[in-house]
Design a protein around this ligand. Sequence first.
Ligand SMILES: O=C1O[C@H](COP(=O)(O)O)[C@@H](O)[C@H](O)[C@H]1O
Length: 249
Amino acid sequence: MGTNVEVLPSQTALLERSLLLVADKINTATALRGQCTIALSGGSTPKSLYEAIAKQSLPWEKVHVFWGDERYVPPEHPDSNQGMARRAWLDKVDIPAANIHPMPTDAADPAADAQKYELEVREFFGSAPGEFPVFDIVLLGMGDDGHTASLFPHTDVLQARDRAIGVGNKDGQPRLTFTAPLINQARCVIFIVAGANKQSALAQVFAPQGDDMAYPSRLIEPVGELWWLLDESAGGNLGLATSQSRSNY
Ligand SMILES: O=C1O[C@H](COP(=O)(O)O)[C@@H](O)[C@H](O)[C@H]1O
């Protein structure tokens, strides 16, 4: 399916566009299939989006929230992606507790917790062995090293082919993460990227030929729609028209 790249003139415009797109995809999924499964990203960029989504009137009882990656810390830890999303969004809307599916981080064994989450996700989706769950929406960010979710450059989890959830490695620290094959089954993957420090990695990710192990965001080629929403300072030098969708960049 198509790839859409939009370069928005400011961080505010990026936020507004992201909000519009995510709300539209949630409404479409719930109208077509009766529910929406969304995987959240962490890091610094999505917080203002989550705060804005919390103010929307959306069919929360039909939305199921998962996480695409997680630091291996308890939910109350300041680095927890779950904690951030709950404070910014989920605690503020009328979403049933049973619709929130955080990654477990309490076994003191990241591989065991990754396996536990894989079973939970597969059971929720009713995925047959050998099949991957199909998320309606996967939200992603991108680090200035080209990582996405917790798929860091030159780490073992990049080789995963038959696992949906793996253990990433950020400077020796374990993190739980969706694998590229799971992300790539999604109906819609949305990257939201802001800041001049992302320019050089973006150029590598968008290059026609490149090293997927060095820039793991290159591994994301979903079956469904792929959206890259960039602010001007991140994407302005890529030679793309501002606020214009491009197919097949
Ligand atoms: O997809 C993701 O990307 C970010 C990059 O984060 P940012 O702080 O530069 O916005 C990553 O670290 C995060 O965990 C992940 O979900």
